[in-house]
Design a protein around this ligand. Structure first.
Ligand code: C5P
Length: 220
C-alpha cells in the first residue's frame, strides 16, 4: 500500500529553533517557525510511521495525533533528546534551526545596563552539532535527512554539508523566493543526494513539500 510506505518505521524529527539563554530573561534564537518539521512529522504519521518529534519553542499547533512529542529549549537539550532516540531510529529528519553558538556563561540574575560604556561584550561558545554527531553514529540501516539554508554558494555548501554530516539527503531551502522558508506556509526546495541534484520543487505549501521529501526517501 503506497499510502503506508513507512508503516512500522521509527522516524525521529527535530523541528523549530533553539533558544540559548543569556540570563533569566534573554536568549539567542532565530526565526524558525517549526512549520516545515511539523508538516514532515504529519506526513510520516499519515504514511504509517512511528514518529518522535523533538521540537524547540514554537507558536504553532502541534501535529495532531502524535504520541511522542518532546519539547526542548536549548541545543544541548535537543541533542540529549535526539541522542536518546537515535539508536532506535530508522529515519531521522533534522529540520531544526539549531543555534550555532550560545553564551559562554549564563548569568543567574538579569544583566544590568551600565552607564560607563556604550559597549557590551558577550562571549559565545559553540553548541553541539546534533546532525554531525548523529551522522557519525549512523548505521547501515539508518538514514538521515538534513536541511540547509544558505545565502551564498548554496549548492556547493549543501553538498559539502551532506558529506560532512553524513546525510543521505539534504533539502536546500531556497531564499530566492520571497515566500519561501522561515515563517511562511510555503517553501521551495532542491533535494540532493551524494550523486547530486535529485529533485527541484516549485513554490508549494509546506504540506506538499513534506510529501515530496517523503517520496525522495528510498527504501530497500
Ligand atoms: O551547519 P548547518 O547548521 O547549516 O546545518 C544544517 C543542518 O544541520 C540541519 O539539518 C540542522 O537541523 C542540522 N544541525 C543540527 N545541529 C546543529 C546545527 C545544525 O542538527 N548544531
Amino acid at each position: 500500500n503506497k499510502d503506508q510506505k513507512f508503516k512500522g518505521k521509527k522516524v525521529l524529527i527535530t523541528a523549530g529553533p533553539t533558544y540559548e539563554a543569556i540570563d533569566p530573561v534573554r536568549f539567542i534564537g532565530n526565526h524558525s517557525s517549526g512549520k516545515m518539521g511539523y508538516a514532515i512529522a504529519s506526513a510520516f504519521k499519515n504514511a504509517g510511521a512511528e514518529v518522535t518529534l523533538i521540537t524547540g519553542p514554537t507558536n504553532i499547533d502541534k501535529p495532531i495525533g502524535l504520541a511522542n512529542i518532546i519539547e526542548v529549549t536549548s541545543a544541548e537539550e535537543m541533542h540529549a533528546a535526539a541522542d536518546k532516540y537515535f539508536s532506535k531510529t530508522d529515519i531521522a529528519v533534522l529540520s531544526a534551526a539549531v543555534a550555532d553558538y550560545k553564551a559562554a556563561t549564563q548569568a543567574t540574575e538579569k544583566i544590568k545596563k551600565t552607564d560607563d560604556s556604550n559597549e557590551m561584550m558577550l562571549k559565545l561558545v559553540k553548541t553541539p552539532d546534533i546532525a554531525k554527531s548523529l551522522g557519525a553514529k549512523k548505521k547501515a540501516h539508518q538514514q538521515i535527512i538534513g536541511f540547509a539554508l544558505e545565502t551564498e554558494n548554496e549548492e556547493s555548501n549543501a553538498k559539502k554539508k551532506l558529506q560532512n554530516k553524513n546525510f543521505d539527503l539534504i533539502v536546500l531551502n531556497s531564499l530566492r523566493n520571497e515566500k519561501s522558508a522561515f515563517g511562511y506556509d510555503t517553501n521551495q526546495v532542491k533535494i540532493f543526494d551524494k550523486n547530486g541534484l535529485k529533485y527541484e520543487s516549485a513554490l508549494l505549501p509546506k504540506s506538499e513539500i513534506a510529501q515530496i521529501i517523503l517520496e525522495q526517501i528510498t527504501q530497500e
